[in-house]
Ligand binder design. Sequence first.
Ligand code: URA
Length: 241
Amino acid sequence: MGEIVRLQKYIAMCGAASRRGAEELISDGRVTVNGKKISEQGVKVEIGADSVMLDGKLIKPSGKMYYIMLNKPTGYVSTVKDQFERPTVVDLIDTEIKERIFPVGRLDYDTEGLLLMTNDGDFTYKVTHPKHEIDKTYIAVLKGGISIKGLAQLRSGVRLDDGFVTSPAEVEMLDAQNGHTTIKITIHEGKNRQVRRMFEAVGSKVKELQRISIGTVELGNLPLGRWRHLTSHEVSYLKNL
Ligand code: URA
C-alpha cells in the first residue's frame, strides 16, 4: 500500500501548486480523484494507487525538486500568471524549469530583491508559515527623513491602517542625504505591503524597497533580474526551520 496523504498535500508534492494554492484548485472544482470531481477539503488519496487529475491532466508526485532565488526587479508580479497580463517573475526564468516553479510568498510589483521559487509545495508551506517567524530583511529608501520617535515606534511595534499591531522590528539607519533616508529593517511577519505600511504608520513614505535576506539566506551580489539555484546548505536550512 502507498502512503496516504491529504489531497492538497498530494497536489503540492506533484509541484502543481503550494498547499494553499492546492486548496484553491480543489474548491474551484479543478481536481478529480479516480474520475470524481472533489471540491471539499480533507479528502485523502493513496500515492501510487489513486488517479488524481488537475484540469483533466493526470498529475503524479515529481521526482526532481528545484529551489532557486531570483533578484526580482520592480515591474514584475510575483505570480505564475497575472490577470492583467503584466510580466511575471516566471518570465525571468529562462530555462525549461519555468514550466514547473512558482514563487514562495510574494514581493510587491514595485519591490525588488530576494524572491525564492520552487516546485516543492511543502517547502513553500514551511517557509511562508507565520509560525516559523523567519526574519526578512529589507532596505527601504524613504522620501525625506524619519524622526527619532518614528524609529523608536518601529522598534517597539506600530498599528497599521487595518488595526494590526506589528511585532518589534530591528531598524538601523544606514544613510541620510539629499532628501532621502536609507533604512535597514528586519521583520518576521508577512502582512500585505507590511514594510511600506509600517513606515506610513510613522509618517514616512517608502520610495524604493528591496529585500536582501530571508533568514540566513542572502541575496548577495546576484545581479538584478538574474536567478541561481540555492545551495544544498541553503535548502536544508530552510527545510529545517
Ligand atoms: N513589505 C512591503 O511593503 N512590500 C513587499 O514587497 C514586501 C514587504
